[in-house]
Ligand binder design. Structure first.
Ligand code: UT7
Length: 335
């Protein structure tokens, strides 16, 4: 059986910075509330010419450059986002078109929201372990800003999310100190409606009618979240998954060098780390500057940690995520 490693990262965030003060002008909120409840100071929103695909391309090119590989060195693409450029085909195929391949490769689109990166990583790792492929490009590219209710009615959600993309190259490893140990992933669909964007839906017989039917229906075109319920489950499930994968690979929590958590709320991450007895310094966060970027949040934060010199080759990393579905997971990586 082969092993795989996380070879490189790349990111792309929109140029436009939206501060909490900017949001105060759009809705009844305050910088103090947002920072206290979530840790967010600013986030990015797309502008003219920036799309799910354009950010994915940019992040991928950076990851390829950092790994010193060309498109044709990549054997497969795994792509994920909440809202894609088209309903179909998936953005993974568009990415294959844009990256300059002279060959065809499989492009898998996944939809696992905030846990998407870990779901994608487990697929890339399994493909490489099984010998199907040697090198996989894994990308999350997310646009929230065009689906948010930016009035006071949507303030509990719209202050939290931001746009951005993160990419990694996962490749075959023959090194004993650089490989992905494993990933645990889970879902619990009974809570699907606790965090959801219900519309547009394939169940609408009259799609355009649903769009113009008025206030009540219009609300379904914005995301809904039962914040406190999601918070409680996130704090419970992420440590559970991390302990599961640590047990599987006989890694003690104190031997983890750095935790890269999904960036939904700094308070969630603080509570988890405290509960696990891992000092906050042994983790990295980008929520203050990017907000919650769903599938992009782990690769964005990992990239930032590498740039900051906080993650070095050979370090044992824990990646943890929780989100809509509910879906959640944890990965252990010797970087
Ligand atoms: O990535 C997917 C996973 N997502 C998450 O893990 C997010 C989980 N949930 C959370 O992070 C938190 O629940 C929130 C940040 C969403 C909310 O924090 P909270 O401490 O649970 O606040 P709350 O929802 O209980 O709201 C407290 C108050 C309410 O006012 P009343 O009813 O006490 O008068 C809200 O109306 O804060 C009000 N509020 C706001 N005030 C100012 C809600 N949103 C805002 C806002 N600005 N943006």
């Amino acid at each position: 059986m082969y092993k795989s490693r996380l070879r490189s990262t790349g990111i792309c965030v929109p140029k436009k910075v939206v501060t909490n003060q900017d949001l105060e002008k759009l809705m009844d909120t305050s910088d103090e509330w947002i920072q206290q409840r979530s840790g967010i100071k600013e986030r990015r929103w797309i502008g003219e010419g920036e799309t799910t695909l354009s950010m994915a391309v940019e992040a991928s090119k950076q990851a390829m450059q950092n790994a010193e590989v060309q498109a044709d060195d990549i054997d497969a693409i795994v792509f994920g986002c909440l809202v894609s450029d088209y309903i179909f085909p998936g953005t993974g195929c568009l990415l294959q078109r844009e990256l300059g391949f002279s060959k065809t490769v499989p492009a898998l689109d996944i939809r696992n929201q905030c846990s998407g990166f870990l779901y994608g990583l487990s697929v890339a790792d399994a493909w490489i372990r099984a010998g199907f492929y040697k090198r996989v490009l894994l990308v999350g590219s997310e646009i929230h800003s065009t689906s948010l209710d930016k009035s006071t009615r949507g303030r509990d959600i719209s202050v939290l999310f931001g746009d951005g993309a993160g990419a990694v190259i996962v490749e075959r490893s023959d090194k004993d100190d650089q490989y992905i140990l494993g990933t645990a992933i889970h879902s619990e669909g009974q809570y699907a409606e606790k965090l959801t964007l219900p519309k547009p839906s394939s169940n609408d017989l009259d799609k355009y009618g649903a769009l113009i039917r008025g206030e009540d229906e219009a609300r379904n075109f914005y995301p809904f979240m039962d914040g406190k319920f999601v918070f409680k489950n996130a704090v419970r499930r992420m440590p559970e998954a991390l302990k599961e994968v640590c047990d599987q690979h006989s890694i003690a929590l104190e031997n983890i060098d750095c935790v890269i958590p999904h960036q939904a709320n700094i308070r969630i991450n603080q509570m988890i780390l405290e509960g696990l007895g891992i000092p906050l310094e042994k983790s990295h966060h980008t929520i203050h500057k990017y907000g919650n970027t769903t599938m992009a949040s782990i690769p964005l934060t990992l990239h930032d940690a590498i740039q900051a010199g906080k993650v070095k080759e050979g370090d044992t990393l824990a990646l943890i995520a929780f989100g809509a579905g509910f879906t959640w997971g944890a990965s252990l990586v010797k970087f």
